[in-house]
Design a protein around this ligand. Structure first.
Ligand code: ATP
Ligand code: MG
Length: 273
């Protein structure tokens, strides 16, 4: 928790994420040992690392899909709280992941995907009740993301980029304070990925805290302040984007000689051989 003294107001910034000294297994693989990470409210963060380094595991830890090894010396606090009712947490923390895209049944329509975010379920079910306000919220979200015309299409018949927008809409319908996005633009063409990035920029500017896992440097918008580099389950760098995104640090991260170039607040990377 940090207390920032402004000239006119006293602003309390809470930690959205506070991971301390955790060990996490997936099956018999120890992915993290003694991992610690703090992300404050409003500190938009990109997480980069090679395949298998632990990025998705980190996202699943934050969304309570995975739990660390029990230890009194460690904790995972989200919005300052350690023990969450998962459904309550999901109204405050929107999630977009590759897993979600594959989980919907062929019968699901676009509108069902959006509404399913209200109960944080996969698809909508007969026992769930939706009122007029829910439908209005769903329409407003689809309008905002430019997918209203697709609401009655079967989700499985939509293009990858259209599906990604619906999943973002699902994450946004509860108006969460923070978003966990695990490679949200994978499979999108250049225009679609830049559109997606533009949407994220608007969300960040509207005050949502974004944690973005990506392999694409050019999709890290200027609003991202902090970059975390993960290698083999260890955080090897965690700091201001301008300090972390250097040719040297990325070359070390990927064990490959890379050259990082920054243009107008955006970044791109090239092989330096
Ligand atoms: N269900 C699972 N059972 C056992 N091990 C797993 C499981 N899922 C992931 N792992 C292992 O955990 C480690 C971290 O995987 P994770 O999916 O977090 O990597 P990642 O950084 O997201 O990689 P990518 O860039 O490929 O998405 C890897 O060694 C992976 O093989
Ligand atoms: Mg992953």
């Amino acid at each position: 928790m940090v207390v920032a003294y402004g000239t006119e107001s006293l602003l309390m910034k809470q930690d959205v994420v506070d991971i301390h000294n955790v060990t996490v297994y997936r099956g018999t693989t120890c992915v993290f040992r003694n991992l610690s990470l703090v992300v404050q409210e409003g500190c938009n963060t990109a997480i980069l690392g090679p395949n298998g380094s632990g990025k998705t595991t980190l996202m699943k830890l934050l969304s309570c899909e995975l739990y660390p090894v029990a230890n009194p010396e460690s904790h995972v606090k989200i919005f300052g709280k350690e023990h969450w009712n998962v459904w309550e947490l999901r109204t405050r923390l929107g999630i977009v992941s590759l897993d979600l895209q594959h989980d919907y049944l062929p019968r699901a329509k676009g509108i069902n995907v959006i509404l399913s975010g209200i109960y944080s379920s996969i698809d909508t079910w007969q026992h769930q009740e939706f009122n007029d306000v829910d439908f209005e919220k769903a329409d407003a979200v689809m309008e905002r993301l430019g997918i209203g015309a697709l609401k009655n299409r079967a989700f499985c018949t939509l293009s990858t980029g259209q599906q990604r927008r619906f999943l973002l809409g699902r994450a946004l319908i509860n108006n969460p304070e923070a978003l966990l996005l695990d490679e949200p633009t994978t499979g999108l063409d250049l225009k679609a990925s830049f559109h997606y990035t533009e949407m994220l920029r608007l969300l960040m500017r509207s005050g949502k805290t974004v944690l973005l896992v990506t392999h694409h440097l050019h999709e890290i918008p200027p609003e991202i302040e902090k970059v975390v580099l993960i290698k083999e389950g260890r955080i090897v760098s965690d700091g201001k984007k301008t300090d972390v995104l250097t040719s040297e640090s990325l070359s070390d991260l990927f064990d490959y000689q890379l050259q990082v170039v920054a243009v107008n607040g955006y970044y791109q990377v090239f092989p330096s051989k």
